[in-house]
Design a protein around this ligand. Sequence first.
Ligand code: 0X9
Ligand code: ZN
Length: 306
Amino acid sequence: GVFYERYHSLEDIYYWINKTSREHSDMVKVILIGSSSEKRPLYVLKLSGKREEEVNRAMWMDCGIHAREWIAPAFCMWFVNYALAFYNQNTEITEMLNKMDIYILTVMNPDGYKYTWTTDRMWRKNRSENKDSYCAGVDLNRNFDANWCTKGASDDPCDPTYCGQFPESEPETQAVAKFLRSHKDTVKLYLSIHSYSQMLLFPYSCSYNEIPNHNELFELVKEASTKIRRYYRNNYKYGSGAKTIYLAPGGSDDWAYDLGIKYSFTFELQDRGQYGFLLPPSFIPQACNEALLAAKVIALHVINKT
Ligand code: 0X9
Ligand code: ZN
């Protein structure tokens, strides 16, 4: 519907979370995992198929770590709507929901997202106050405990890639890390949604070291990229983060990998820079369908392997 072809304010998204869970109470549960630095709730939607038995396999997806990347929360919403609408219609999404629980954090950085709607469209970080500085905000994707604050992050609170005072200094980072730590035996797939530049990335970004299952993940994102090119005539680069974009420590994907989630990915959605973060709403359907295709390829592989 047209609702999913627009960007939504934070208030709309909270309303949507509530409405979706009420209207699909048989498949959706809401879990409060923590709150932001300005005390906004961080809600995770748990999607499950209507199955006889519990499964002990799950995937996690977060959107909107970075405030200005509006296509990311739009994708989380698109995904939830697709899953609920096409369960028992589309084979891939049905298989996913029958064989795994899907945890979705639609806006990991609600304070920053709100700020991009009211004050500064190009804001990236969260909105926490920094000690001894007039500059606000920490880059949540530099705040995880993975070679924290080494080359590729900044220790200057005024910088857009400020790593924070210490690893997991931010309540948003803490909430996600705590949830994943307590679900690490079931969560087999970690997915983080960003924009822009059209890339399918996997660890490491915090070093040039190759992970033990590099070849497997490389083939997987290659397959996803090939499918996107075939179906949607669009190009996605793929590979490990450090080699494909840049060295960037403290990211959620690297941290999740080291926690033991061996299928860990960051997607950079459309576009390749024409509109950048200001991707027009008319691009939402194709951008989301591309990401959905990649998510399906990866999730089905994980189901077969775990
Ligand atoms: O730099 C980032 O955090 C991501 N790119 S963005 O333009 N959306 O900011 C890339 C993240 C890749 N993964 C890690 N750096 N761990
Ligand atoms: Zn980002």
